[in-house]
Design a binder for this molecule. Structure first.
Ligand code: NAI
Ligand SMILES: NCC(=O)COP(=O)(O)O
Length: 346
């Protein structure tokens, strides 16, 4: 762990214990010095993490800390803030019985950042269905963190999901909803509020003033001037015109199939897409190992690897830690923690 900076550490939540969260966190910790990673501690069941390290054959000592302030006393050890709700470890087999611990880790990490004890929260992937089966009523971290932060600060938050990689940053305006519900959920107001949060947070968190925004259409060929679907003209174009009137650098609606080729991508900083897969397919296809999921619109910095629980790889050593490492680095840069990385960011 880098001791060159007196910065606060980053809190990392374990995510789904049967997934690769522990694997990628341990792998990143093992390479922390050569990669000059920002300091971090893990919120997890310490015994589960130690067992996973052993299973993976990683020479990582796990040290339980009583309070986050105890972080960093022994630079050789991965500090783990233990859970009240224990996690059983069965790689590849999600169990709703672990849900309480999974949610506890997210809750505690969020509170620690809000309390100024941790610099940022990096979340490992959750198995959404396992949490739903245990009664969790939020589609994912993104929506849950917005509600939790809103309750804790007494002010509602609109979460915005940003996927950012070396060659593409994009935002799904509607997030975790069935495709059939997208046309009904898509409103000019939602596009406007999302674009305003993107512009505000890119300036505040990334130092990018007046980002160039490209807004996608919803229908094939952005509706072919109303001939293949109406939303492009009745919902999306009016929002783009209002944004332009407010001084935004924005184009659209652009046909979704032609806005991601290399020349097109050079013309904007962020693509605002109308639904989850319209944004996440190009992001993960272009750079699965380097793309980071960031939640904008929150009073805390939250990043996450772009991948899911990868249950098929848990405990095998085959999970690549790259996206997790990118998430740690980006959280560090957003929090102003010095690392050996090029700070130009994305
Ligand atoms: N932020 C979060 O909490 C996220 C959670 N999920 C959840 O993850 C679960 C599984 O989702 P899937 O769609 O199967 O996506 P996935 O990303 O877990 O897996 C898709 C494919 O990519 C591979 N893969 C994923 N991460 C990898 C890594 N680090 N190194 C090498 N290969 C990797 C997997 O082995 C699999 O073949 C679902 O329950 C989903 O809800 C998915 C995305 C984000
Ligand atoms: N596919 C992205 C995703 O599911 C991210 O979900 P979350 O960060 O909101 O948990």
């Amino acid at each position: 762990m880098s001791q060159s900076s007196p910065s606060l550490p980053i809190a990392v939540s374990i995510g789904e214990p049967s997934g690769v969260g522990a694997d990628v966190t341990l792998a990143a910790f093992a390479r922390r010095q050569s990669l000059d990673l920002p300091p971090f501690f893990l919120i997890a069941d310490a015994e589960m993490v130690a067992r996973r390290a052993e299973r993976l054959g990683l020479d990582v000592q796990v040290r339980t800390i009583g309070r986050p302030e105890e972080w960093g006393a022994d630079p050789r050890s991965l500090d783990v803030l233990p859970l009240v709700n224990p996690h059983s470890e069965e790689p590849g087999r999600a169990d709703p019985a672990n849900a309480a611990g999974t949610i506890e880790a997210i809750d505690r990490g969020t509170r620690l950042v809000l309390d100024g004890v941790a610099a940022a929260l990096v979340t490992n992937p959750i198995d959404k269905k396992a949490l739903y089966d245990a009664g969790f009523r939020h589609p994912g971290h993104t929506e849950y963190l917005a509600e939790l932060c809103g309750t804790l600060i007494g002010k509602p938050c609109q979460p915005v999901m940003l996927l950012t990689g070396p060659d593409l940053s994009c935002v799904p305006v509607t997030i975790h909803i069935p495709l059939a519900d997208v046309p009904g959920a898509l409103t000019s107001e939602l596009i406007l509020s999302t674009a305003r949060i993107v512009a505000h947070d890119l300036a505040k968190r990334f130092g990018l003033q007046r980002p160039r925004l490209a807004v996608s259409g919803l229908n094939p060929h952005a509706g072919e001037r109303g001939a293949i679907g109406r939303e492009d003209e009745t919902v999306i174009r009016p929002a783009v015109e209002i944004l332009r009137g407010e001084g935004f650098d924005v184009v659209g609606p652009l046909p979704g199939d032609t806005m991601f080729h290399p020349d097109a991508r050079r013309r904007y900083d962020v693509a605002l897409c109308m639904y989850h897969d319209q944004a996440l397919i190009p992001a993960k296809t272009l750079a699965f190992d380097e793309t980071v999921n960031v939640t904008l619109g929150l009073p805390i910095i939250r990043t996450s690897p772009d991948h899911g629980t990868a249950a098929d790889l848990a405990g095998t050593g085959a999970a690549r830690p790259n996206s997790f490492i990118a998430a740690l680095r980006l959280a560090g840069r957003m929090a102003g923690i010095g690392t050996g990385e090029d700070a130009s960011g994305r």
